[in-house]
Design a protein around this ligand. Structure first.
Ligand code: ADP
Ligand code: DP6
Ligand code: CO
Length: 324
């Protein structure tokens, strides 16, 4: 009736941006990510006959409101799957800023799904776990696995073929990621709200969707061949395309701050000096920089010195869900 699981966040190199079904969380496009070892969530779930409702504690604080509702609705799915009437107490800690564009929803829902299903002795295979996790937060379905992971959007209306698959062995390639922290404040427009507004109102959205198959095919080849320059170029361009769609939305919005642009330009300047580094940005102002191990020192020092940067956290590729 009790289990603890740990899941890492992931950074999308080909972004998930837009749903074709909001309640099942079915995406418009396939996406591809790298799981990160520096950022994670640990969650303990205890089902208990005495409880009259779910309880959710995040970083030792009781959570009410929207964040609670999302957790409780997700537990409903698991109860339904397990045919159990029991409520649960959930204790979670985020070793990642919450709702700041560091993918806390990915590690958060992956850890919750793993712990809750284990607590009910469901013993799911990873594909089933990924499919279930998807319904908590889309990006979370990729955090079930380590290394490079693709989320296949699927074609079925019931979501039965929409789940993540690892595309390389975990130790395939030592790509590093520097997370450049500008702000850990909660974003004004959540990923969920931002992508919905974009799908519904941005005239650039169809161009985004149309461009995905080619980006995906090319980046998968680059990853297989360990071609860092090619992978970086595609990831950086895909990120800028995603963020461009938000400027076309109504009302228009952007996740970028002024320092976001400074970091982007600094990364481009590093390349002009011959140091291969590429940026990508999720739904938030903070930038993730892809680099190779031999350039760690120069990349770290250069990013730290940028005015407005509060911290730079270095990460390697991380593993999939684990249980305690
Ligand atoms: P992020 O960039 O952090 O993924 P999102 O807007 O996608 O931002 O999601 C943030 C939301 O994810 C939070 O408001 C909360 O509802 C949920 N979340 C974050 N961490 C956890 C956790 N450990 N357990 C359950 N839900 C979480
Ligand atoms: C920009 O998975 O956080 O980070 O499915 O509504 O919970 P919901 O959204 P979420 O969206 C992530 C968007 C992104 C790109 C990505 O991670 O692929
Ligand atoms: Co998220």
């Amino acid at each position: 009736m009790k289990a603890t699981a740990k899941a890492h966040t992931n950074i999308a190199l080909i972004k998930y941006w837009g749903k074709r079904d909001e309640s099942l969380i079915l995406p418009m496009n396939n996406s591809l990510s790298l799981t990160l070892d520096a950022f994670y969530t640990e969650t303990t779930v205890t089902f208990n006959r005495e409880l009259e409702e779910d309880k959710f504690y995040l970083d030792n604080e009781i959570i009410l409101g929207d964040q609670y509702t999302k957790v409780s609705k997700f537990l409903d799915l698991i109860r339904n799957y397990a045919d159990s009437p029991l409520f649960a107490e959930v204790h979670s800690t985020n070793a990642v800023p919450t709702a700041a564009g560091f993918a806390s929803s990915a590690s958060g829902f992956a850890a919750l799904a793993a712990a809750a299903t284990r607590a009910l002795d469901l013993n799911l295979d990873n594909q089933t776990l990924s499919r279930l996790t998807r319904q908590g937060s889309g990006s979370a379905c990729r955090s079930i696995y380590g290394g490079f992971v693709e989320w296949e959007k699927g074609v079925e209306d019931d979501g039965s073929d929409s789940y993540a698959v690892p595309i390389t062995p975990q130790d395939h390639w030592d790509v590093r990621v520097a997370a450049v922290v500008l702000s850990s404040d909660m974003k004004k427009v959540s990923s969920r709200v931002g992508m919905k507004r974009t799908v519904e109102t941005s005239p650039f959205y169809s161009g985004w969707v149309d461009s995905i198959p080619s980006d995906l095919m090319q980046i998968k080849t680059a990853i297989q061949n360990r071609d860092f320059e090619k992978m970086g170029k595609i990831a950086e361009a895909n990120c800028q395309k995603m963020h461009a769609t938000t400027l076309g939305a109504n009302p228009p919005f952007t996740y970028w701050h002024d320092t976001t642009l400074t970091v982007m330009q600094t990364v481009q300047a590093l390349r002009e000096k011959g140091i291969l580094a590429y940026f990508t940005i999720d739904a938030g102002p903070n930038v993730k920089v892809l680099y190779q191990p031999e350039n760690e020192e120069i990349v770290h020092q250069t990013l730290r010195k940028i005015p407005g940067v509060s911290n730079v956290i270095l990460s390697r590729s991380g593993q999939g869900v684990t249980y305690q």
